[in-house]
Design a protein around this ligand. Structure first.
Ligand SMILES: Cc1ncc(COP(=O)(O)O)c(C=O)c1O
Length: 420
């Protein structure tokens, strides 16, 4: 991207931007919630729509001058609906967290109960972590895995808790769970207790859009919340989709604006529309299926090595590896060692972790960004072998040699400007 004006006017920010460009170019990004956007998405983000206030919705705005904002938002909505088979879409949430907060306030009264995934089993902070304000307003109860080694959710326990606690929302979705959920069971339990079935698809939105994961709407889910920047490969942002219930869709719209947010970020909505159009192309199907194949290939090498992966492997884009058991080091140590070798991933707690969140027993990593760079299964196997080398040997010499190999892999897999 051309940074010539920033270079002239703000050398400090210019240096940081060039630094980040170089870091992304020379390293391998394995954080499963990150990806690279196309130059077309970058252009939309840098467009003059950042100047425009557009409070309200297409056709019903508070300020004038909306002919182009309306066109952009209408396109973003129609593309989002097409991608996910949704009846309604709200593309204004500024992030995944905002999408979830707006969804709770649309569907609940203060004091109402949400049945969500155990946070240590893969649920997200916004699914009711005690550090969030949400828990001062709503009551969160939990389901979890029956067996951590296979990842099977305890649906009997879920039904028992649902009958006892009478939640208004049954919430599926996760940040660190590598398996598919049995959506029909979720919907069955939600119907039995009169709850709304909501899936937070933030992590797997791209896999669903690309047909590499099941679509919860096909199983009767009522609402889906998501981010647009992970596997979906769009700009940073959020979105809420409704399957077919107009009443719910109206409540969600009111909740996003004016309930939670002010003016929508129209440059970002334009970038979402561009990314959705990219995801509607046939090549995105290939991308999504390759993301899963690559993750399975990585898991296969770790399995052969005898490493302990939570749930024993993966069905999606991410792997949660118990490095404490597998390599005798903490997640923080593993993250730091791999960082030095040019591989970026994140430390992560594992279910029933005995260590602290800032230095847990696991690492979480995945394949969305590598796959965007054109990594094949064999390339991913090479990366895992390099990771295992670093995690087992941990010497300066091995880290240095690995870093050279990573630089080479990065230079032969350039970050694409556009997606064919
Ligand atoms: C499942 C899930 N929901 C919501 C979010 C929040 O998204 P954001 O960081 O855009 O607020 C995340 C982010 O990691 C997530 O994994």
């Amino acid at each position: 991207m051309d940074l010539s004006f920033i270079k002239e006017t703000d050398s400090e920010i210019y240096d940081a931007l060039v630094g980040e460009d170089t870091r992304e170019r020379d390293g391998l990004e394995l954080i499963p919630s990150e990806n690279y956007v196309s130059e077309a998405v970058h252009e939309a983000l840098a467009s003059s729509l950042t100047n425009k206030y557009a409070e309200g919705y297409p056709g019903k705005r508070y300020y004038g001058g909306q002919e182009f904002t309306d066109a952009v938002e209408v396109l973003a909505i129609s593309r989002a609906k097409k991608l996910f088979g949704a009846g309604y879409a709200n593309v204004q949430p500024l992030s995944g967290a905002n999408a979830n907060i707006a969804m709770y306030f649309a569907l609940l009264e203060p004091g109402d109960t949400v049945l969500g995934m155990e946070l240590s089993h893969g649920g997200h902070l916004t699914h009711g972590h005690p550090v969030t304000y949400l828990t001062k307003i709503f009551n969160f109860v939990r389901y979890g895995m029956k067996d951590i080694e296979t990842g099977e959710i305890d649906y009997d326990e879920m039904l028992r808790v649902a009958k006892q606690e009478k939640p208004k929302i049954i919430l599926a979705g996760f940040s660190a769970y590598p398996r598919e959920l049995d959506y029909a069971k979720f919907v069955g339990i939600a119907r039995e207790v009169g709850a709304v079935a909501v899936m937070d698809i933030a992590h797997i939105a791209g896999l669903i859009a690309g047909g590499a994961a099941k679509n919860p709407f096909d199983y009767g889910f009522d609402v889906m919340t998501t981010t647009t920047h992970k596997t979906l490969r769009g700009p940073r942002g959020g979105m809420i989709l409704t399957r077919d219930n107009e009443d719910i869709a109206k409540k969600l719209n009111k909740s996003v604006f004016p309930g939670l947010q002010g003016g929508p970020h129209m440059h970002n909505i334009a970038a979402k529309a561009v990314a959705f159009n990219e995801a509607l192309q046939p090549s995105f199907k290939k991308y999504a299926s390759q993301v899963v194949k690559n993750a399975k290939a990585m898991a296969g090498v770790f399995a052969t090595h005898g490493a302990r992966m939570i749930t024993g492997g993966t069905d999606n884009h991410l792997i949660l590896l118990d490095v404490q058991t597998s390599f005798g080091i903490s997640g923080d140590e593993a993250q730091a060692l791999l960082d030095r070798a040019g591989i970026t991933l994140n430390k992560n707690t594992i279910p029933n972790d005995t260590r602290k969140p800032m230095d847990p027993s696991g690492i979480r990593f995945g394949t969305p960004a590598l796959t965007t760079r054109g990594f094949s299964e064999d390339d991913c196997i090479d990366v895992v072998n390099l990771m295992i080398d670093v995690l087992t040997k941990r010497t300066d010499a091995v880290i240095e040699q690995t870093h050279t190999k990573i630089l080479n892999l990065a230079s032969t897999h350039t970050i694409p400007s556009a997606f064919a």
